[in-house]
Design a protein. Structure first.
Length: 104
């Protein structure tokens, strides 16, 4: 994988071979991030960087392309990410989107 800027979870999840072992529930994480990207692409359809990321992921990952074609849309404002780190083991990291990030 070539380094890209900015680094993001979607690239890591779908384009980096370590992505499949870094997420303990890879399929769930993949579905969630694609659904979130689908929601964001509907919210800001003219965003060139986002369109470029989606094209890059679609071309680089058949798994991403298949999930993208499912047209699932979800916004996750809070939850847990379940990672597996090769040195420290399993990590459960909670997240919450700051209020005001997504319009009601």
């Amino acid at each position: 994988m070539q380094p890209h800027e900015p680094v993001n979870f979607a690239r890591f999840l779908f384009l980096d071979p370590r992505g499949k072992t870094a997420y303990r529930h890879w399929n769930d994480s993949a579905e969630q991030i694609v659904a979130l990207l689908r929601a964001e692409s509907g919210r800001v359809p003219a965003d060139r960087a986002l369109r470029g990321l989606i094209e890059e992921l679609s071309n680089g990952s058949s798994e991403f392309a298949a999930l993208w074609e499912a047209h699932d849309v979800r916004i996750h404002l809070a939850g847990n990410k379940l990672f597996h780190h090769p040195d420290v083991g399993d990590l459960d990291l909670g997240y919450e989107v700051a209020s005001g990030r997504y319009p009601e």
